[in-house]
Design a protein around this ligand. Structure first.
Ligand SMILES: [Zn+2]
Length: 278
């Protein structure tokens, strides 16, 4: 497994559709051995369900491989909830995701930070920051050393524009952005390459070159409907080839996770295109 990436890895969001065995360990093995992918995101989106002994087996399997393992924390998290019990549950879910991913030898945890509800952007920022700090302190106390990544979110009513995600990364140790290009495309209503270049420049200028060496990226196409439903790259208006060329130009390292409905097919498509770039 990898802590300090030397290159850009590619992987599926969850067990590949073509894998006959549907459990996480076999999904990872299949991605690596059959599809030659070198990344994988465990989907804890509907609950953190991974037994400790399985986490240990994943760790054992990956320990001598150049492979990046990440996870997606549950969708139910809202670090800006008005109910304290929901905040505590959110922190617990993030904690469990981080602990199990760390046991598995993982690299970073991505999560959706929450909703503004009736709060201003500033108020929400402060509440999210305070709650995220509680999580980071707890992880630090237990020496769980893993990146925690608020994701750039699509809908304007969700906390998580690029500036908010960058600011959390500046303000809290071990917090770094998860850059979801489809969500950026949705929220900004831009899909020109200059916009994506601005994003990478902003990250480099505000967080430093080191962060471009440790990126956790989500890619897919997206519809501009109310929900921002994900699409396969080839059926969408995502300039995914241009984005990959940009990642190459900026020498971005880390992992690109395919969140397309076809999961592994777009991971392979991106890897193959990226490999051919000079
Ligand atoms: Zn997400």
């Amino acid at each position: 497994m990898v802590k300090h990436p030397k290159k850009l890895h590619f992987g599926p969001a969850g067990v590949p559709l073509s894998s006959k065995k549907r459990d996480t360990l076999n999904g990872i093995k299949y991605a690596y051995e059959e599809l030659n992918l070198d990344g994988f995101e465990i989907e804890f989106t509907y609950g953190v369900k991974l037994k400790e002994d399985v986490a240990n087996s994943i760790n054992e399997y990956l320990k001598d491989k150049e492979f990046i393992l990440t996870c997606h924390a549950p969708y139910y998290i809202n670090l800006n909830s008005t109910e304290e019990s929901k905040i505590n549950k959110s922190i617990d879910m993030l904690y469990n995701a981080a602990r199990l991913l760390y046991l598995s030898g993982g690299y970073s945890v991505v999560f959706h930070p929450g909703w503004y509800l009736n709060n201003s952007k500033e108020e929400t920022y402060n509440v999210v920051k305070e709650n995220l700090k509680k999580l980071i302190d707890k992880l630090k106390d237990e020496s769980i050393d893993i990146y925690i990544r608020p994701e750039t979110m699509e809908l304007p009513k969700k906390f998580g524009d690029i500036d908010e995600v960058i600011k959390l990364s500046q303000d809290i140790e071990n917090v770094l952005p998860a850059v979801d290009f489809a969500h950026l495309r949705y929220r900004s209503n831009r899909n020109d390459i200059d916009y994506f270049r601005e994003i990478l420049d902003k990250i480099e200028n505000e967080l430093g070159r080191e962060v471009l060496n440790n990126m956790h990226i989500h890619m897919s196409g997206i519809t501009l409907d109310k929900k921002g439903t994900h699409l396969n790259l080839e059926e969408s208006d995502m300039p995914w080839k241009d984005i990959l060329r940009l990642l190459k130009e900026y020498k971005v390292k880390g992992v690109v996770i395919s969140e397309s409905p076809n999961i592994e097919q777009d991971a392979i498509r991106m890897r193959d295109y990226y490999k051919k770039l000079k």
